[in-house]
Design a binder for this molecule. Sequence first.
Ligand code: AMP
Length: 288
Amino acid sequence: MIGMLEELTTIDALRTRVQAERKAGKRIGFVPTMGYLHDGHLSLVKRARELCEVVVMSIFVNPLQFGPNEDFSRYPRDLDRDRSLAQEAGVDLLFAPSVEEMYPARMLTSVSVAEVTDTLCGKSRPGHFTGVATVVAKLFHIVTPDYAFFGQKDAQQVAVVEQMVKDLSMPITIVPCPIVREQDGLAMSSRNVYLQPDERIQALVLSQSLQWAQQQLDRGERSAQVIKQGMIEMIARQPLAAIDYVELLEYPQLREVQALERGQRICIALAVRFGKTRLIDNAITVVP
Ligand code: AMP
């Protein structure tokens, strides 16, 4: 589709528009986001444009996936800016519902995915992935996409959504997309705006420690524990960094590994707090 971006705020209006496109035989691509768009989000739109004739983006800061002491109320929002970035990137339909539109009453139904949520953010943010799976399932029912695009920045989220789609036979192809980084290596995130200048500098240790881990693998290190410990020491040298987790796991099963084996697909993942800001990053790699 070429033309002006159309913004829809109700489920009915979005459904009517998508159904018309689907009837015309168009492939529907869907990019779910929480807004405050950056180049990471826009890379998903770009990929969607390559595979689909109609691109739908949602912007919805989903209260279900935030814990009671997390940043739901102060999560950055700027719909005017997002609207123009989405338009420029080639989004056709922008779905920006209110919380009341999505959840007019208390939700009595939820989708929870077991096992792949036992580690990483699933462990340190209890209930987070049930909130994610529930809103993604709901958005999938509203948008009925053929393809949905997710960033590997949230590697565990990709694993959760893929598992849900498989288990519930949803007729949707999940397309994982690579992590987009700032020039100095920091993974792009809407939460990066929270960082104070000194935190922003020290936050470089996240991508640097992942690079260091990759070098250890390339040099033949096969102990997950040794790599993990080295990363922890490296991060701990930054005085403002408080480690939430550093893990090496099989991917996409997200099971712990001890002795790494050649050909094994692993995810090296970490979450680190700088003041009130919690950052995540990861690298998915095959043991050489
Ligand atoms: P969010 O708005 O943070 O919920 O992210 C919406 C989508 O954009 C998710 O699929 C994220 O994984 C993806 N995303 C966020 N940051 C990046 C990034 N730096 N690179 C690639 N994808 C990203």
